[in-house]
Design a binder for this molecule. Structure first.
Ligand SMILES: [Zn+2]
Length: 420
């Protein structure tokens, strides 16, 4: 991370800069990383005592700017500077074979996409803000992104990729929307990872011909949810078959999994309708239907891939649950604290939060000491609480030293810690 930031373009006049861009970005990142707004305060205290702090040792920061200076500088940084960081960490995971366990079909990674809002205000706004007029005339101003993340049904971690901002641009008559951002997103994904094969997975909103065509044009596959209300023609067409291809099994918990499919059906009744392959997945427990999902895809469905595809389609919820929910509620608090700025502040803060989340996912996937800490401390919440408290008072030379310390001096149990 630190070395990437070194290469960022600094838009400021050099003579006037008190703090380097590197130190500014890394300071903000460190706060997100430890999810601690008072991080800097405590590190200044360490610095007075030891002439060094954990910000120097763990993040290679020489001098930390004050909060408002930090925001002013972050506001000016071009958000695109962060794209190579996402790309590089993805490539490192790939090179070290950590992505293999994410393949949902041989060689193919599932990239789920969805829109999410990270800033909303009734007063502060800019030209890029999306606007929403309410019935009483009030206007809400929003910033949002189309986020993508690699996921797998049996992997707890998700791997975020560089998102696409959903924002208005000068001169455009219509507001930007999730669908247009999704088209730009697949182009960006291809450019960043030209040799990787992806299945783009999205909700019912995405199962429209223009996005399907954009996805196929990049050489990707798609797996988009299909709903009866949106695809009446398709469902009428399916109803005309006496029966669809199907198979089922019952698992050890007595849940029955039923899969049915039909290849080569038209998506809609229009003249140039694309043909898609339709898949349905039903779960039944004690005679009751507990889940029903249906998708369309370009991948030809057969007995060998139907289960993998259905489970892949179903695990799309992880982008909502494991990614957005974590960013909003699990300590990262992406919607709070940081403000709108004049140019890029809110988006850069979103990206730094996402990168901190990405780092934590990488630790869980690849770092043996971190995995050991997780096991030792039980919950993630308790482990990070210990990280935060420990670095307030003890100086460490490296992240590895911090973890060794936590593994050797571990006395308080989670239960005792949280007991009122
Ligand atoms: Zn704005």
């Amino acid at each position: 991370m630190s070395s990437h930031i070194e290469s960022f373009d600094d838009p400021r006049q050099q003579g006037k800069c008190t703090y380097t861009l590197h130190d500014t970005v890394m300071s903000a990142f460190a706060c997100m990383y430890f999810q601690d707004p008072s991080l800097v305060q405590f590190q200044k205290r360490l610095e007075r005592k030891y002439q060094r702090s954990n910000l120097n040792t763990l993040f290679r920061i020489k001098e930390t700017p004050k909060d408002n200076q930090m925001k002013d500088i972050l506001d000016t940084i071009d958000s695109e500077c962060f794209a190579p960081v996402f790309k590089d960490y993805f490539e490192r995971l790939r090179r070290h074979h950590h992505l293999q366990s994410f393949e949902v079909l041989p060689g193919k990674l599932l990239c789920a996409i969805d829109g999410t809002q990270y800033h909303s205000s009734k007063s502060v706004h800019c030209d890029g803000c999306l606007t929403k007029q309410h019935r009483n005339g009030e206007i809400t101003y929003n910033h949002a992104v189309l986020q993508g993340a690699i996921m797998h049904p049996s992997q707890r971690q998700v791997i975020p990729v560089m998102p696409e901002a959903i924002k208005n641009t000068d001169g455009a008559k219509k507001q930007d929307c999730e669908m247009n951002a999704a088209k730009r997103f697949v182009k960006r994904l291809k450019k960043a990872h030209p040799r990787q094969s992806f299945i783009i997975c999205g909700d019912g909103l995405m199962s429209k011909q223009p996005l399907i065509e954009s996805t196929l044009a990049e050489g990707f596959s798609f797996l988009f949810m299909a709903k009866k209300d949106d695809h009446k023609y398709l469902y009428d067409w399916l109803a005309a078959y006496e029966s669809l291809s199907s198979q089922s099994y019952t698992d050890e918990k007595d849940v029955t999994h039923q899969f049915s499919w039909q290849n080569d059906v038209p998506l809609h009744g229009g003249e140039k309708s694309i043909h898609v392959n339709y898949l349905e997945y039903r779960q039944i427990k004690k005679g009751k239907q507990t889940y029903l999902g249906s998708w369309v895809s370009d991948i030809e469905i057969n007995k060998d891939n139907v289960i993998a595809l259905a489970k892949a389609g179903r695990c799309r919820w992880k982008i909502e649950n494991e990614c957005f929910n974590s960013l909003k509620n699990q300590g990262y608090e992406v919607e709070h604290n940081y403000g709108h700025g004049h140019e890029n502040l809110s988006y850069n803060m979103y990206l730094l939060t996402l990168l901190a989340f990405f780092y934590h996912q990488i630790f869980e996937l690849t770092d043996g000491a971190y995995q050991q800490c997780r096991q030792e401390y039980g919950s993630k919440r308790f482990l990070w609480e210990n990280f935060r408290v420990t670095i307030r008072y003890v100086l460490f030379d490296s992240w590895a030293d911090l973890m060794t310390h936590l593994l050797t001096d571990h006395e308080i149990t989670e239960e005792a810690y949280y007991r009122p």
